[in-house]
Design a protein around this ligand. Sequence first.
Ligand code: PBG
Length: 333
Amino acid sequence: MERMGSDGFPIQRPRRLRRSPRIRDAVADVVARPDDLILPLFVSDLREPKPVASMPGVNQLPVDAAVSLIRGLSARGLRQFILFGVTPPARKDERGSYAASPEAPVNRTLAAVRQAGLDVLMYADLCLCEYTDHGHCGVIHGRGETAAVDNDRTLEVLGEVARIQAQCGADVVAPSGMMDGQVGAIRTALDQAGFGEVAILAYSIKYASNFYGPFREAGEGGMKFGDRKGYQMDFRRSREWRTELEADLAQGADMVMVKPAATYLDIVHQVRHACSVPVAAYHVSGEYAMLQAAADRGWLDLKPTVLETTYAIKRAGADLIVTYFADRLLDWL
Ligand code: PBG
């Protein structure tokens, strides 16, 4: 039988701790801080910022504009940024060579941030899809029906790109191409070049998601043919994350990422409890676009909805969150 208090109400009255903002703040136990956030930036060779239509509020930025943005945001307390490069079609080729050029916008931005002496943590996304003419995340063999990403040839290119990113000033490289063995190959390439201190944030658990759609406009990295299901994970499998996690940890991943975030909270939670390295979750372009589009129509109130989503990702167990809302969250948290 339920125990009653002298007033006739049950002893367990959870509403006691919800009575006022003071008491709610006192008992809230999930914390989200600006230090948890990583803002993705799209850097390009353009002279002017160019809005990304499917991600209202997000722009492709020239290098100098990206550097001033990073300077301004870091002064306000946002200290982590991850860079993606936008490559003009004329610079794309079969093996994504431009990624390894010091002239590529990601590499120039890294160098400029270091030159400016900004006290920020710079992550470089490490994948070929923004640099290949076919748009896949690795080097391709065959075309059409039989086309497939050549895993091991891709590893060589990734090692080369990682070295350049490290040389230009990346603190962390973040391989997102889902090639088998990529973490080990990149670790070896970095160590051999004397970059033993550069960390690897592995996109270990990355699903073949439909929520990457807007990113492919932003990064101009859509595929010319096929899809990414041959290398990214199948969302119908619930245990495969462990295979990917164990492989990347064995190869030396310093931190791991789950991607997408809000539609994969079960996975974030399990990964958090299955390892001791920091866990990042990527609230991806489509997840951003849904919230922003609904808010732009007046169907959702943006600030509380983004806060709720961010706390949900933290509650699931993410240490770090990559989010296009990171700059606005600075004011909202
Ligand atoms: C590149 C990469 C993608 C994203 C991050 N790195 C696209 C993809 O895998 O197709 C998606 C990020 C987002 O949607 O915000 N491999």
